[in-house]
Write a protein that binds this ligand. Sequence first.
Ligand SMILES: Nc1nc2c([nH]c(=O)n2[C@H]2C[C@H](O)[C@@H](COP(=O)(O)OP(=O)(O)OP(=O)(O)O)O2)c(=O)[nH]1
Length: 257
Amino acid sequence: MSATLLPVFQLRFTTLVEAPLTVAFDVARALGRPWPHPLQEVVSERPWRDVHVAPPGNGWRTLVHTRSFTATAAGTLVEEQVDVEAALPGWLGGPTLRRRLVRAMQAHLDAYAAAAARRAQEVTQVVGAALVDDRQRVLVAQRGSGPLAGLWEFPGGKVEPGEPEVAALVRECREELGVGITPRAFLGEVPLDGVVAGGVPGASTLRLWWGRITAGELVAHEHSELRWLGPEELEDLDWIPADRPLLPAVRALLVDR
Ligand SMILES: Nc1nc2c([nH]c(=O)n2[C@H]2C[C@H](O)[C@@H](COP(=O)(O)OP(=O)(O)OP(=O)(O)O)O2)c(=O)[nH]1
């Protein structure tokens, strides 16, 4: 049947949500979609992407809704695409359906962005710093206690309620390392599977920033060891597993500058 379907129209929507990836994804899933067509899930890759389809139940048109979630410095960019195809060339219902979908999506996206930002207040976020020195090395830290003791991580910690993320990064580096840092650029975000600050398992993420030490002398106030690593040494370290997807971005920073 799909071989005979012809494109009728495509809609695209881009929304910046002030929430970490996992919250942006989970709230989008919980709210569903703003139209009555029953949808079947085709793909779900939390928190990156999902695709749903309204199959051609009565034989004349189908609707595919694709959603992707990208981490940015300002929050999660949610890109959505609606593809409508029909079995009849020149199908006349297209313009009406298009208008209805656009109106429904606009109202839905306003409500969605607000709901995600509200929910983000209830989820503890973790920030980390990839601190790079003049010799193209990055600072890594070994956790000294707790269930992840012995594993390596980026210095950082939990963002406090109401605290701006970058302020939390500066505060954590001062507390843990005794140094002042200047954040430079956002590097990426990964979901954390475990419980953070007593929250729902898998709700939190780690957001990593590139930064430089601009004041003070390094002291390991909370870690058992600190090391400066070059690009070739990154992969071999015994990392907290959640951090590994961030390593290519850090490596690029050390190699390309
Ligand atoms: N700082 C940091 N935490 C990480 C990384 N990867 C990772 O999974 N985590 C997890 C471990 C913890 O569950 C959580 C961070 O908690 P934390 O204990 O360091 O936070 P904190 O400094 O605010 O600690 P505390 O005051 O509550 O003791 O994030 C990483 O690279 N850096």
